[in-house]
Design a protein around this ligand. Sequence first.
Ligand code: F6R
Length: 258
Amino acid sequence: MSFFSYSCAKRPHLLSFILRLVMLKSENLLTVIFNSKNKKGRVTMKILKTKDYEQMSRVTANILSAQVIMKPRCVLGLATGSTPIGAYRQLIDWYEKGDIDFSEVTSINLDEYKGLSPENDQSYRYFMNTNLFNHINIKKENTYVPDGLETDADRACSRYNQITADLGGIDLQLLGLGNNGHIGFNEPGAAFEKETHCVDLTQSTINANARFFSSLSEVPKQAYTMGIKTIMQAKKIVVAVSGAGKATGPFFLWREIL
Ligand code: F6R
């Protein structure tokens, strides 16, 4: 496993990450961003290139469990998708062995499809319940996912922003990265200033998600997502990147931000 550590100024650190990602061309990569400033007034980022998905999942789970052990009453920002599944499995395993206790943890998820109910097996609430929450001792009432059934987008987003504010900040935010470089449902080129908002999904994201639905017409066309501003306010951020296409795809994100 090769290991890179460097500091960078607050705003461009996502950009630096993308650059590193392109250079490393790795299929399994973890980036940990410490959002507290060091003596030079900079945030610190560590990039870990892992040998495979299993190792990436174990290291991700290690970081999440370290957060919970060090601060049992913490706020975890969580993601869905294929990337974090291995880490969630590892956390469940450690929970079953008695190594980790989630009873005081609060979680807040990145995003949800607009129009899908929690019972819909493609909703992100359903994903979180079945892949993590149902198997650990986190209190369901302390787990937050945007309300996909709220048709009033302004109300759904302002409510979620209020929840985020009331929690007093996210201690550790876990992120995946889309093939085209999206984060949550923030597509490349999205404004850095946004909090939770409603997005129209791009055709490429709709097409990519179609594999989970019985027809293209069933794929939701809109979603609620935390904005980059909210995400970047987390005290620590772990970006887990898994997938061959992602070593070059996010280049487009980098190009658009520049
Ligand atoms: C999920 C999310 C998405 C995924 C991204 C990568 O909550 O916000 O941005 O992280 O689409 O998905 P996978 O891990 O399936 O490649």
